[in-house]
Design a protein around this ligand. Structure first.
Ligand code: CTP
Ligand code: MG
Length: 415
């Protein structure tokens, strides 16, 4: 104990010296792994989180004292000054006695706890200490018995039904005034299964406080599985870094110039410009965006989703395609983070309406959309003014899935 730490008033004796016969593992029970850490290590978690300075005495099998020291040192960190490990005895009671012998003089309240109750929460430790402080007598956690209990004889014949209202299934940590516990241990000459029984045997009185289902004792392989499941539920596998939940997609589209059509591009109407041929309005920018979003989500492409022969899509504009694409993404559990499109073509002159186009598409998609335009130095069909192409990328992120809901009111269908 360092000079600066106040002398502890409370001690916790953690008995971990049993062999774990019923668990049936080749090593002593307290050293068996429970979701990656030993049962002993887990049982120490609440102990080092207590507000009050506490002496901790771990009672280990004599074969495992060194291993227990390593586990305690790791769990205690800077508090390891206040910890010790001693060898236990042949019975639980003998092991508790070894722990009692290691108490420092300042201790007034002693808690005895089974390492095998590896998931007992900190609140239980605090509750029994508070009750001992309040009433000056022993306090043990107990839970109401829910099964009907029968008294039976050696031949297996039921003798009577026991009134379960009078029963409590008790747990550890059990807390006692130090002097009373030490005196009781000095006085008894037979074995008891818990410390409260020993106190009562010498005439002491003990109170029950509310127990906790998590403080069950790992006794059998079934208990170990239950503890493992509870830990797995409490800490589901860590989500990979955020970037694992982002996906990118790419999409392209091209439409031939059709002098007889009005021009719709990037969600805008362009008066006095030659239009684009194609099913719907031929808005290559919007269609490339849809393809980028759908490809990011792994949902295919616009041709497969929107029926190309669907007469209801005749003349449909960007809002129809983008709204339905967003709905499909949401059902699949995605939302767009941003998108970017480049228009390739000689006409229209895009820069005067760039901001307007970006605003329109950003509104439709609910995420930043940037649009740029370029020409191809007279090369290819875009350079010869035969058509317009668009290339888009999209970044999408995982979000909670939404219900499929109705398709948009627009005349589209998912093929
Ligand atoms: N214990 C102990 N020393 C013993 C026997 C038991 O310190 N000689 C401890 C166990 O390590 C356990 C607690 O007392 O934390 C409750 O005992 P129990 O669940 O019976 O554990 P084991 O005795 O190890 O198991 P088994 O009875 O199946 O052999
Ligand atoms: Mg035992």
């Amino acid at each position: 104990m360092s000079a600066s730490t106040p002398a502890p008033r409370v001690a916790i004796i953690i008995v971990a010296a049993g062999s774990g016969t019923r668990l049936g593992e080749p090593i002593p029970k307290a050293f068996v792994e429970l979701d990656g850490r030993s049962i002993l290590s887990r049982s120490l978690d609440p102990v080092f989180g207590l507000a009050e300075p506490t002496q901790v005495v771990v009672v280990a099998p004599s074969s495992h004292v060194q291993r227990a020291r390593e586990i305690v040192a790791q769990a205690a960190g800077p508090a390891s000054d206040a910890c010790s490990v001693v060898a236990g005895g042949d019975s639980r009671q003998a092991s508790v006695a070894s722990g009692l012998a290691a108490l420092v003089s300042s201790i007034e309240v002693v808690l005895v706890h089974d390492a095998a109750r590896a998931l007992a929460p900190r609140s239980l430790f605090e509750r029994v200490v508070a009750e001992v402080d309040r009433a000056g007598r022993g306090a043990i956690p107990g839970l109401a018995v829910t099964d009907t209990i029968k008294r039976v004889d050696a031949s297996g014949t039921v003798l009577e039904t026991v009134d379960r209202a009078q029963l409590s299934a008790v747990q550890t940590p059990q807390a006692f005034p130090r002097a009373e516990l030490v005196a009781a241990y000095g006085a008894v000459d037979r074995e008891f299964t818990d410390d409260a029984a020993l106190i009562q045997h010498v005439g002491g009185s003990v109170a029950i406080v509310e127990g906790d289902p998590l403080a069950f004792k790992v006794t059998t392989p079934w208990d170990l599985r239950r503890a493992q499941q509870l830990l797995a539920e409490a800490s589901p596998p860590a989500r990979p870094s955020t970037s694992a939940f982002l996906r990118t997609g790419v999409g392209t589209d091209a439409h031939a110039i059709d002098e007889g059509q009005p021009l719709w591009l990037a969600g805008l109407f362009w008066p006095n410009e030659a239009g684009l041929a194609g099913h719907s309005d031929g808005d290559a920018v919007a269609h490339a965006l849809c393809d980028a979003l759908l490809s990011a989500a792994g949902l295919g492409d616009i041709g497969g989703i929107f029926g190309v022969d669907d007469p209801r899509l005749d003349g449909a504009h960007a809002d129809v395609f983008l709204t339905e694409t967003l709905r499909l993404l949401a059902v699949a559990g995605f939302a767009p983070s941003n998108a970017s499109v480049q228009l390739v073509g000689n006409r229209p002159r895009f820069s005067p309406r760039k901001a307007e186009a970006e605003k329109r598409l950003t509104t439709l998609l609910g995420c930043p959309v940037s649009v740029s335009a370029t020409t191809t130095d007279s090369l290819g069909f875009t350079g010869r003014g035969e058509g317009i192409a668009a290339i888009a990328t999209a970044l999408i992120r995982e979000v909670p899935r939404t219900a499929p809901g109705p398709v948009t009111e627009h005349p589209v269908h998912a093929a």
